[in-house]
Design a binder for this molecule. Structure first.
Ligand SMILES: *[C@@H]1O[C@H](CO)[C@@H](O)[C@H](O)[C@H]1NC(C)=O
Ligand SMILES: *[C@@H]1O[C@H](CO)[C@@H](O)[C@H](O)[C@H]1NC(C)=O
Ligand SMILES: *[C@@H]1O[C@H](CO)[C@@H](O)[C@H](O)[C@H]1NC(C)=O
Ligand SMILES: *[C@@H]1O[C@H](CO)[C@@H](O)[C@H](O)[C@H]1NC(C)=O
Ligand SMILES: *[C@@H]1O[C@H](CO)[C@@H](O)[C@H](O)[C@H]1NC(C)=O
Length: 272
């Protein structure tokens, strides 16, 4: 697995000044969630107020392996061609989660185009991890059962297939109190039972997805709260059993005493 992971590459932003009249896009950044990747950029409008015609942008990507080839052999793939927005959605571009890529963008007008600005991107290393796609909380006897659905990729695949080290941090706390006073449970399971809770008490739960390899943590899921059932019930059953045994014992003792008295009377009668 480690071999597949991206090795550390520094963000490579171009520093060369624009060759043409058109200034190049700046401040490339990615807005990501699981396997959704949107590239954003800025463009210094004020410098180009004299530019005629419509301003558009072109965004492309190339795998790092390809980038080692001679420039004329590199096959950059265009994801957004001549778009007027300052962002481009790479989600459906077919980037491999473990691949390393260069993404680049340039500005175009009818007459000119700027030079490119690039950024390196490895989804496994750089993309944000989402929270569980759902969290269900139910009260079962005195316990709480939590059912966690994995975060999903853009093709509805579990993120566990892409990040096998993914696990969950479950925070739970009693309702009038704050989550800061609660407890945290780390698990790889999708079904978790919290036991040794107080009876007839409201508990709240929220869950976060985590991956240790690149130290990723998601935002928390929504908070779910429910009330535990009356915790005395298991004790009650116990008490009834003892009361029953005590009752039976008492009855047996009383019968034995009565039996003894009757026996004494009868035996007395025999002798008199
Ligand atoms: C990315 O930009 C840097 C700085 O301009 C440049 O040195 C590098 O060759 C570019 N990489 C690719 C793959 O175009
Ligand atoms: C790029 O980001 C810097 C810092 O946030 C900002 O000062 C600058 O104006 C941005 N460039 C453009 C073209 O918006
Ligand atoms: C913009 O258009 C005007 C006329 O409409 C022309 O005089 C000028 O040279 C053009 N500028 C550029 C940068 O193409
Ligand atoms: C993923 O699941 C959602 C909800 O079940 C559905 O609306 C969507 O079309 C699915 N997407 C894919 C790519 O299967
Ligand atoms: C992981 O992230 C947490 C919080 O963001 C931070 O406290 C911790 O030092 C990081 N660990 C590593 C190994 O980067």
């Amino acid at each position: 697995m480690k071999a597949l992971r991206c090795f550390s590459l520094l963000l490579s932003l171009s520093v060369v000044t624009a060759l043409g009249d058109l200034s190049r896009p700046q401040n490339l950044s990615l807005q990501t969630l699981n396997t959704q990747y949107v590239l954003h950029w800025d463009w210094a409008d004020d410098q180009q107020t004299a530019v005629n015609g419509t301003l558009t942008f072109t965004a492309q990507y190339l795998s790092v392996l390809q980038s080692r080839k001679a420039a004329h052999k590199q096959k950059w793939r265009t994801v957004c061609a001549d778009v007027s927005e300052r962002h481009c959605d790479f989600t459906d571009a077919g980037l491999n989660y473990w691949g390393i890529y260069y993404l680049r963008v340039r500005a175009n007008t009818a007459q000119w185009f700027s030079s490119w600005t690039n950024i390196s991107f490895c989804p496994d290393r750089d993309a944000d991890l989402g929270p569980p796609s759902s969290v269900k909380l139910t009260s079962v006897k005195g316990d709480l059962e939590i059912v966690i659905a994995d975060p999903l990729s853009s093709t509805n695949e579990s993120m566990k297939t892409l990040a096998p080290d993914m696990h969950y941090l479950i925070q739970y706390w009693k309702k009038p109190e704050d989550y800061k006073k609660g407890k945290v449970l780390k698990t790889k399971n999708n079904v978790v039972t919290l036991s040794e809770l107080d009876g007839s008490t409201w508990y709240c739960v929220r869950v976060q997805s985590c991956c240790d390899f690149y130290n990723k943590t998601s935002v928390f899921s929504d908070t779910h709260c429910t009330r535990t059932e009356d915790g005395k019930c298991s004790d009650c059953e116990m008490d009834y059993r003892w009361i029953f045994i005590a009752g039976v014992t008492a009855a047996v003792l009383v019968l034995a005493v009565i039996g003894y008295i009757i026996y004494k009377r009868n035996s007395k009668g025999k002798w008199t």
